[in-house]
Design a protein around this ligand. Structure first.
Ligand code: NAG
Ligand code: NAG
Ligand code: NAG
Ligand code: NAG
Ligand code: NAG
Ligand code: NAG
Ligand code: NAG
Ligand code: NAG
Ligand code: NAG
Ligand code: NAG
Length: 627
C-alpha cells in the first residue's frame, strides 16, 4: 500500500526550556478565601501540618490533611476610633484603613502577631491557637511600629532566632527602611539611616554555622536612587548582613557588624542586567556555611530571571573584600561581646563605609536557563539526597498565572521537571513555603491555598522509562514492585535497589524494561469520506510526536490540541484504511503511545474512539477542523 502524505505542516518539536510534563491538579483539598486576600503573611513550622495565613483583619489557621483542610478563623479587628483617625489621614489610601496582618512569628513559646492596625501598628499574642490577647500585661516589651509597617503595601520581613526577633521594614512615604532587633534578651539594635537608600526588602534568612557565635542573618533588598539620571539604572540589588552576637556599643544602639554588597544578575559585562531583587530563598546545608541562595530578579520590563549564588563565596567576599571607598577590610566580623570594645576609629569606619567593594556574581555567571514567557513571583527550594548519595537542588517557582514549576538545578543546567496548575483562579502566586521535613510545598494566591507533596512520584506513570525520564530526585524506580516510588527516609544506598538517572536522561538504566512496547490497535469504524480525528495523548513536552501508518516509514505530523497530538483529515486530505501508530521520540528513544486501525464501513464514528477522545476533545477538534 502506498503512503499518503497528508499534512506536513511543521514538526511538533518542543523547546527544551519548557516544562517536560504538565499536571493539572484539582483533587487535593485546598482552601478558598471568602474574599480576596490581597496582602498575606504566612507562617509554618516545619514538621507541623498547620499553616497560618494572616489576611485582612483575620488569621486563618489551616490544618491540612490528605482528605481536607480544616480552617479556623481568628478575627483581629481594629478599634473603631483608630479606624476613624486613619480615614481622616491623607497619607494612607482608604482601603488600607483596616488591620492587615503583617507578622506571624513564634518567639520562644508564644506566637507573636502584628498588624497594620489602620496605620498605627499593633501586636498581639496568639495563645493556644485560639485566643488573641493584648500584649500589654505580658512581660514582652515591644515597639509594634518597628516590627510592622503601617500600610500593607510596605513589604516587611521578620525572623525569630533563639528568642530574639529581627525585623526589616521597607522604605515608604517619608519613612526610611530599617533593619532592627525588635525583641528578645539581646540588646535592641537598628541600622543607621545612612546605610539603606529607599530600600525594598526581598527576604531574610539565618546563615547557620557550626560555631554558634559566627551565625549571621542575610537580608536581601533593592535600593532605589531617586535622583538617578534617566539613562541610569535606578535600582541596585543588595545583600546585607548582621551578626547574631552583635550587641552594639555602650554608647549607641546601631549594629556594629552591618555590611552590604551589590548583587549582580545578568550576563557578565553586558548591560542586560536584572537589578531589582523581588525575592530570595536560602538553601543551606545543615550547620555548615555552604549552600546556595536563589534570587528572583526583574528588570524595567518586568522580565523575571533566577540567579543562584554560592553562600561560601558571599561569605568569603564579606570577610576579605576591601570596603568601598577605603583601602581596608572590615575591622572585625562576628565576635562575642566579651572581647575588647571597638576603637572609635573602627566605629567611624563601620558607620561611614557599609559597603564592600566586591560585587556578588551568580554561579556560572548567568541566570538559570528558564522559560522566558513565564513571569515568576515566588521562589522556594529544597535539597534532596538521591540514591547515588549526592545532594540535588530542586527549585519551585510560582508564576504570575498561578502555576508552579518544579526545576532540577545542577551545575550544568536547569531541567524543568514539571508544571503544576493547582488553582481554579489563575491569579499570581503570592506565597510559597516549603516543609522539607514533612515533604510538602504550600502555595497561595489571593484566592486560594494549596498543598503539594514534594515526592509526587505516582504521577510519572507506571513504567521504568517514564519514572527515570522524569529526572525527579525525590523519585526512583523500584523494580521489585514495578512502580515509581519516593526515596524513603533512611534509604540505605549500599543495599537499596531503587534506580535513578538524574545527571542526564538515560533510560538505559531500565535495561530490558525500557524496550519498546507496542500497543494493540483500537478499531475505528468511519465513513470513507468522513471526518477522522486520531488523538494521541501528549505526556512529555520534551518529546516529538508523529503518526506512522502501517509498516510505512512515512510520517504524519499532528497538531497539539489541549493535551493531545491530533491527526485529522479534511475532505481535501482523506485518510485511507490501515493501522496508524502515534510515536513519541525523546532522547533518541522511540516509543509507541497509541495505535488505531481505521476501517471504513459507512457507519458512524465507533463508540470506542468516541470514548477515547472524550466529548470535549471531540467537540473541540471537530470545531477546529470544520471551521
Ligand atoms: C484586591 O485586589 C483586587 C484587584 O486589584 C481588587 O479588585 C479588590 O478590591 C481588592 N480587595 C480588597 C479587599 O482590597
Ligand atoms: C525566651 O527563652 C529564652 C531561653 O529559653 C529565655 O532566656 C528568655 O528569657 C525567653 N524570653 C521571653 C521573653 O520569654
Ligand atoms: C491555654 O491552655 C492551657 C492548658 O490547656 C490553659 O491552662 C490556659 O488557660 C489556656 N489559655 C488561654 C488564654 O485560653
Ligand atoms: C486590649 O486593648 C484594647 C485597647 O488597648 C482594649 O480596648 C481591649 O479591651 C483590650 N482587650 C483585652 C482582652 O484586654
Ligand atoms: C544617584 O544618582 C545620581 C546621578 O547619577 C548620583 O549623583 C548619586 O550619587 C546617586 N546616589 C546614590 C546614593 O548612589
Ligand atoms: C569583563 O570586564 C572586566 C573589566 O571591565 C574584564 O577584566 C573581564 O575580562 C571582562 N570579562 C569578560 C568575560 O569579558
Ligand atoms: C561542616 O564542616 C566541618 C569542617 O569544615 C566538618 O568537619 C563537618 O563535618 C561539616 N558538617 C556537616 C554537617 O557537613
Ligand atoms: C511591572 O510591574 C509593576 C507591578 O506589577 C507594574 O506597576 C508596572 O507597570 C509593570 N511594568 C511594565 C513595564 O510592565
Ligand atoms: C546498609 O546496609 C549494609 C548491609 O546490610 C550495612 O552494613 C550498613 O551499615 C547499612 N548502612 C546504613 C547507613 O544503614
Ligand atoms: C546511558 O547509560 C548507559 C549505561 O549506563 C551508557 O552505556 C550510555 O552511554 C548512556 N547514554 C548516554 C547518552 O549517556
Amino acid at each position: 500500500m502506498n503512503c499518503i502524505i497528508l499534512l506536513w505542516l511543521f514538526p511538533v518539536v518542543f523547546a527544551g526550556k519548557s516544562p517536560r510534563l504538565k499536571f493539572t491538579v484539582h483533587d487535593p483539598p485546598g482552601f478558598h478565601f471568602m474574599k480576596p486576600e490581597n496582602y498575606t503573611t504566612v507562617y509554618h513550622q516545619a514538621g507541623s501540618h498547620i499553616l497560618y495565613v494572616g489576611g485582612q483583619a483575620v488569621i486563618y489557621l489551616l490544618a491540612f490533611s490528605d482528605k481536607e483542610v480544616k480552617n479556623t478563623q481568628i478575627p483581629v479587628t481594629v478599634d473603631e476610633n483608630v479606624k476613624q483617625a486613619c480615614s481622616r489621614r491623607s497619607d494612607l489610601p482608604e482601603v488600607e484603613c483596616a488591620n492587615y496582618i503583617t507578622v506571624i512569628q513564634r518567639v520562644n513559646d508564644s506566637l507573636l502577631v502584628c498588624g497594620t492596625n489602620a496605620g498605627s501598628p499593633k501586636c498581639w499574642l496568639l495563645v493556644n491557637n485560639t485566643v488573641l490577647t493584648n500584649i500589654t500585661g505580658s512581660d514582652m516589651k515591644i515597639s509594634p511600629s518597628d516590627i510592622s509597617p503601617p500600610n500593607p503595601s510596605q513589604r516587611s520581613f521578620s525572623l525569630s532566632v533563639d528568642g530574639n526577633l529581627y525585623s526589616a521594614l521597607s522604605a515608604a512615604g517619608g519613612q526610611a527602611g530599617s533593619i532592627r532587633r525588635t525583641f528578645g534578651s539581646r540588646k535592641l539594635l537598628k541600622s543607621d539611616r545612612k546605610w539603606l537608600q529607599n530600600t525594598q526588602f526581598a527576604g531574610a534568612a539565618v546563615i547557620p554555622e557550626s560555631q554558634k557565635h559566627k551565625e549571621e542573618i542575610y537580608f536581601f533588598f533593592s535600593e532605589h536612587n531617586r535622583t538617578a539620571d534617566v539613562d541610569e539604572e535606578p535600582y541596585k540589588a543588595r545583600v546585607g548582613r548582621i551578626c547574631l552576637v552583635d550587641e552594639g556599643t555602650t554608647k549607641t544602639d546601631t549594629w556594629t557588624t552591618f555590611l552590604k554588597a551589590r548583587v549582580m544578575c545578568g550576563l557578565l559585562n553586558s548591560s542586560q542586567q536584572y537589578n531589582y531583587i523581588q525575592q530570595a530563598f536560602v538553601l543551606t546545608a545543615h550547620e555548615n556555611r555552604t549552600g546556595v541562595i536563589y534570587g528572583l530578579f526583574s528588570n524595567a520590563w518586568n522580565t523575571t530571571v533566577v540567579c543562584a549564588y554560592s553562600i561560601e563565596e558571599i561569605d568569603q567576599d564579606f570577610s576579605t573584600s576591601k570596603l568601598k571607598g577605603t583601602t581596608v577590610a572590615r575591622p572585625r566580623t562576628c565576635i562575642p561581646k566579651t572581647v575588647t570594645p571597638l576603637s572609635s576609629r573602627d566605629l567611624d569606619v563601620i558607620k561611614d563605609y557599609p559597603e564592600i567593594e566586591k560585587v556578588m556574581r551568580p554561579v556560572g555567571g548567568v541566570p538559570l536557563n528558564l522559560p522566558t514567557d513565564d513571569r515568576f513571583t515566588q521562589v522556594a527550594a529544597d535539597t534532596v539526597l538521591a540514591v547515588n548519595d549526592e545532594h540535588y537542588s530542586v527549585l519551585y517557582l510560582g508564576t504570575e498565572n498561578g502555576k508552579v514549576l518544579k526545576v532540577l538545578h545542577t551545575i550544568e543546567e536547569a531541567f524543568i521537571i514539571s508544571q503544576y496548575s493547582l488553582f481554579h483562579n489563575e491569579g499570581p502566586v503570592t506565597a510559597m513555603t516549603i516543609d522539607s521535613q514533612e515533604g510538602y510545598l504550600y502555595v497561595g494566591t489571593a484566592m486560594e491555598v494549596q498543598r503539594l507533596p514534594l515526592a509526587d512520584c505516582s504521577r510519572y506513570g507506571d513504567t521504568c522509562r517514564e519514572c527515570i525520564l522524569s529526572r525527579d530526585p525525590y523519585c526512583g524506580w523500584e523494580a521489585s514492585k514495578k512502580r515509581c516510588t519516593a526515596i524513603p527516609p533512611g534509604y540505605n544506598i549500599s543495599t537499596g535497589t531503587i534506580i535513578q538517572s538524574l545527571d542526564q536522561s538515560n533510560s538505559s538504566v531500565c535495561g530490558e524494561a525500557a524496550a519498546r512496547k507496542s500497543t494493540t490497535p483500537k478499531e475505528v469504524l468511519v465513513e470513507p469520506d468522513g471526518l477522522v480525528l486520531l488523538p494521541c495523548p501528549v505526556r512529555s513536552y520534551h518529546a516529538t510526536y508523529r503518526w506512522e501508518k502501517d509498516k510505512c516509514i512515512k510520517r504524519y505530523s499532528c497538531s497539539i490540541l489541549d493535551d493531545f497530538c491530533v491527526l485529522a483529515t479534511t475532505p481535501e486530505l482523506p485518510l485511507k484504511e490501515g493501522v496508524f501508530r502515534c510515536m513519541s521520540i525523546e532522547n533518541d528513544h522511540k516509543e509507541e503511545v497509541v495505535s488505531f486501525r481505521l476501517v471504513f464501513n459507512g457507519g458512524p464514528l465507533s463508540a470506542s474512539l468516541a470514548s477515547t477522545l472524550g466529548p470535549s476533545l471531540l467537540l473541540a477538534a471537530a470545531t477546529l477542523w470544520l471551521l
